[in-house]
Design a protein around this ligand. Structure first.
Ligand code: ADP
Ligand code: MG
Length: 213
């Protein structure tokens, strides 16, 4: 089950992971964008981790809602709004169950993807975070349908997100700032897709490291 404390550990793990990769994320963003993606994401997640740990949250949904707010309130830029929308949608889905687990997480990832797509209007192949999130959501659903548990579901999502992020190197951007210089980023992966992969990998590693009781 994803209880409040596990949600806090997941947000902290994501913050640590993205912070460790922030220079790389900004370097990717500097190729065709404005070079701020790493600092944007590290700043938002540090604030999210602070709110998660210090806030008076009763449930995992509350923690994810606070994470979404941290993205909306601490960073400008496209990705701040889009990750904020993602975590807000995830929170909404988790709040529908008293004891959320893998099925609610998968439904929450699906809602998150739908919200990101509605807000950002990017489709798969546009070289954005959607190119990591869409395959992650699809493979998480597949894992769930094979009756696998939370750890395997998140591992499947993380692996698909990483493959999706790698595949963006071969794409020309048609959304976000990078679309103004479509050829510049050929051969370079999309920064937002990398953030999706890093977050899901940090969650997979966190779940793998936890002793099951
Ligand atoms: P900005 O582009 O405003 O400087 P960031 O650098 O923080 O914001 O984030 C850039 C990332 O945001 C891109 O790598 C891409 O993954 C994502 N992104 C930008 N626009 C969109 C969009 N319309 N839909 C989905 N993702 C987007
Ligand atoms: Mg940028």
């Amino acid at each position: 089950m994803i209880d409040r404390d596990l949600a806090v550990r997941l947000v902290v793990a994501a913050s640590t992971r993205v912070n460790d990769h922030q220079e790389e994320l900004s370097r990717l963003d500097s190729v065709a964008g404005d070079g701020d993606h790493g600092v944007n994401m590290a700043t938002a997640l540090a604030e999210a981790a602070r709110r998660a740990e210090q806030g008076d949250h009763g449930t995992a949904a509350d923690v994810m809602r606070a994470t979404g707010s941290a993205f909306h309130e601490t960073v400008g830029g496209a990705a701040g709004a889009l990750f904020g929308a993602f975590f807000g949608a995830l929170a909404g889905q988790l709040s529908r169950a008293a004891a959320p687990d893998a099925p609610q997480l998968v439904a929450g990832l699906e809602k998150g993807l739908a919200r990101v797509t509605r807000v950002g209007k990017a489709e798969p192949g546009h070289k954005t975070m959607v190119d990591a999130l869409a395959p992650a959501v699809r493979d998480a659903r597949g894992s769930l349908e094979r009756q696998e548990g939370l750890e395997s579901v998140v591992a499947a999502a993380a692996e698909a997100a990483r493959r999706g992020a790698r595949a963006t190197a071969g794409m020309r951007p048609s959304a976000g700032r990078a679309r103004f210089a479509p050829d510049h980023s050929l051969g370079t992966e999309d920064p937002g897709a990398n953030t999706v992969a890093l977050v899901l990998e940090s969650w997979a590693d966190q779940l793998r490291s936890e002793v099951r009781v």
